[in-house]
Design a protein around this ligand. Sequence first.
Ligand code: NAD
Length: 428
Amino acid sequence: MSKGAFNPFAMAQAQFDKVADFLELDAGTRDFLRNPVREYQFNIPVHMDDGTVKVFRGFRVQHNDARGPCKGGIRFHPQETIDTVRALSMWMTWKCAVVDIPLGGGKGGVICDPHNLSMAEQQQICRGWVRQLAKNVGPVQDVPAPDVMTSAQHMLWMLDEYETIHGGKYPGLITGKPVGMGGSLGRTEATGYGVIYTVREALKQLGIKPEDTTASVQGFGNVAQYAIRLYEELGGKVICVSCWDQEDQTSYSFKKESGVDLDALLKITDRFGGINKDKAREMGCEVLPGEAWIEQDVDILIPAALENQISGENVQSINRRVKLIAEGANGPTTPEADKVLEERGVFVIPDFLANAGGVTCSYFEQVQCNMNYYWEKNEVLDKLDTKMTSAFLAVSELARKRKIFMRDAAYVISVSRVAQACKDRGWV
Ligand code: NAD
């Protein structure tokens, strides 16, 4: 795949333009919504363990806050770019709108690789990120959260820095905090479980029983692990997973025709979602090239790693048996690949609907922080299921009625809601 030429923001804008045409949005609204309202770029100096000072580049992009404070994760990644953050912030706006929670869209990042940083160095990056943005984020402005390679620990360091600067307790600053420190039960499971709540509903509509299906998953991190857990509880069988191998700087797929053993694989997986390939072989997994996950003879594909993974270059290698693609990752499918999937009649649950469980549970975390009263896990997951299911049903009903692709239907609902909020406020 030629990842070099891929620009996620151009892709997010192309997706938006298609729906703006469909909705016949006026030029002002279109111009306003296809770009973020605010962006911050800054440097974070860090005293490294070896005595040197290294400077890391940080970002925060606030795409739109017409429906409420911006909301979105902070990603630590060596290939992070401002355009990736812009795209992700725009997708956050649509994601909050499609599940109808009172939040806008934002996203942040730092160009760094936590694989090569000590915890002390990562703590300085977290505190430095907040020092640069202490006046621009907050419970009523913009509420960050974890994303790829950031965790509850990173969120707590960020919260602590913010509270030190502002002199008070502000648990509503950030979500994804540790349970017992303002975090919500169920947040760890929320995104992966949310993906499978939508898969369950899609299978009902396709008239297929989960126990008669198999799946292949790209990624083996937070989203993938919990998606696999719930899918298997529904009776499905995952025969292939893939992940990034830090040592070899490439990805591998791990296949077991009789079904991968999630608990056994978790024991040989590092905290970044990387599977030890020698130990996986000992367990009877075939170790295949990274791309192999997409070519499997399965009913369901779940991309749950990064953007730009199903493109014009590899979409044809998707097996004809695949009926359903549930996008756990953000932006995994390019518009070129979308066309092929639409022509083939593959049921696609688009990213900002399928993976909205994380932000929905983050919203529940904010609600619990505001009340200073925390719900039981089952209560959180029941509320999550209700929200995800009703969002899925609204999108699939529109797709059926208007005879449009699921992604377009989700966009129509989200963009209409956000455009209306901007209009009602008198902005456009
Ligand atoms: P994570 O860091 O926990 O896991 C990422 C996984 O992807 C790891 O297993 C890693 O090895 C794998 N990976 C990375 N590059 C790969 C490649 N080229 N090929 C195959 N595997 C690769 O991240 P996560 O939190 O699970 O997030 C995964 C995706 O889901 C991202 O797109 C993220 O933005 C999106 N997402 C996450 C959440 C959340 O709550 N965690 C919410 C919404 C969306």
